[in-house]
Write a protein that binds this ligand. Sequence first.
Ligand code: ATP
Length: 252
Amino acid sequence: MTPPSSSSSSSSEPVVDVRNVTRRFGSRTVLDDISLQVERGELFGLLGPSGSGKTTLIKLMTGIDKADGGTVRMLGERMPKLAMLQRFGYMAQSDALYYELTAKENLSFFAALYGLKGERLHKRMQAAMAVVDLEDHLNKTVSAYSGGMKRRLSLAIALLHEPELLVLDEPTVGIDPVLRQSIWQELEALRERGTTIILTTHVMDEAEKCGRLGLIRDGKLTATGSPEEIKRQSHTQTIEEAFIALGGGVRS
Ligand SMILES: Nc1ncnc2c1ncn2[C@@H]1O[C@H](COP(=O)(O)OP(=O)(O)OP(=O)(O)O)[C@@H](O)[C@H]1O
């Protein structure tokens, strides 16, 4: 696999730069003055109870939604910006797939958006589908896929163009433990090769694997740091305990 392509952002600039971001829906403030920086090559996890604002923040990062206040810069570019779709891989919480098409046709559709074609497209399709263990299901219609297979195909689409930045909203929900482990190995390998990864999770053992975590509750970032730093700050033994001590809650 080739290393992630160089970007227009300077190497000292954070890959993700969120400053004083606020998002309101009606009279409700869903994100309240969030500031967060993620550096190149980090694997950053956003952890928070259901409804705390993780997906809203991810949507602002990807440019799907726009903040009411503050700024979001990704790879040095002010968001939202349509052209940025080629520069990162995004896996949304709900699968954005064409159910009546085959997996291969879905991959080809996104490949066209990313400008991938020919032999490279063929190789990348095989490689991305191998990561999620779906190589033997390329020609199956997505409507015949199980929920977990759809999640895995969405992840393959996010990985397809070998982006330098991956934004993954609950990437392993509905995926069995064995495959979850192999997907995590791949994420760690990607990070070692310099890919920046930001993801949301509810799974505590996944949180432990992140280089740095951001704990979010009621639209506020309550703590950031490595899992060890967060445990130290909260005088707890596990991230789950830290999360509760810092005012979180765990979705059952
Ligand atoms: N378009 C919208 N209009 C109104 N309210 C919204 C909208 N999108 C999100 N919200 C509200 O914002 C809050 C945060 O939602 P968000 O989806 O960001 O939470 P989350 O932390 O990702 O939750 P989960 O872990 O369950 O996915 C929720 O109360 C949600 O109902």
